[in-house]
Design a protein around this ligand. Structure first.
Ligand code: RTP
Length: 155
């Protein structure tokens, strides 16, 4: 149903260095794919500490900020943009609560992580952060627009 095209939103999702090192890339991507969201950008990058500080600027007053930025910049991060109706909110649902001790089973963190400092994945928490994070991590030309046949059956 073409009317849905205008409502599709985009969210920034990143598999943090622990998720990449643990070999969870395919597992995590497959959960977003099977849900029906569409991958529109993807790249593997090792962010600098300065870049990590920009990404987490909202948390700069928190005691764990420095350790968090060291961690994010410690190795490859898989940066992605996923598109779909409700992708921001439902992406957070697929990911689960920040602290894996509190994430429900069935969520990515609930099933695959144990502690908050190694919770394997990041997802934008709202439309404004999604916009800012996509712009921080990707050039506009890296966002790929395409139609997938599956969408005719998802929407
Ligand atoms: P994210 O941004 O990574 O998706 O996580 P979130 O919104 O669920 O959580 P947020 O409060 O924004 O925290 C960002 C990341 O900081 C780390 N963290 N460590 N007490 C701690 O040591 C602590 N609290 C948060 C986590 O990696 C969290 O994902």
């Amino acid at each position: 149903n073409e009317a849905h095209a205008a409502e599709l939103e985009r969210t920034f999702i990143a598999i943090k260095p622990d998720g990449v090192q643990r070999g969870l890339i395919a597992e995590i991507i497959s959960r977003f794919e099977r849900k029906g969201f569409k991958l529109v950008a993807i790249k593997l990058v090792v962010p600098s500490k300065e870049f990590a500080q920009k990404h987490y600027h909202d948390l700069k007053e928190r005691p764990f900020f420095n350790g968090l930025c060291d961690f994010l910049s410690s190795g490859p991060v898989l940066a992605m943009v996923w598109e779909g109706e409700g992708a921001i909110k439902y992406g957070r649902k697929l990911i689960g609560a920040t602290d894996p001790q509190k994430s429900e089973p069935g969520t990515i963190r609930g099933d695959l992580a144990v502690v908050v400092g190694r919770n394997i994945i990041h997802g934008s928490d709202g439309p404004e952060t999604a916009k800012d994070e996509i712009a921080l991590w990707f050039e506009p030309s890296e966002l790929v627009s395409y139609t997938s046949n599956a969408e005719n059956w998802i929407y």
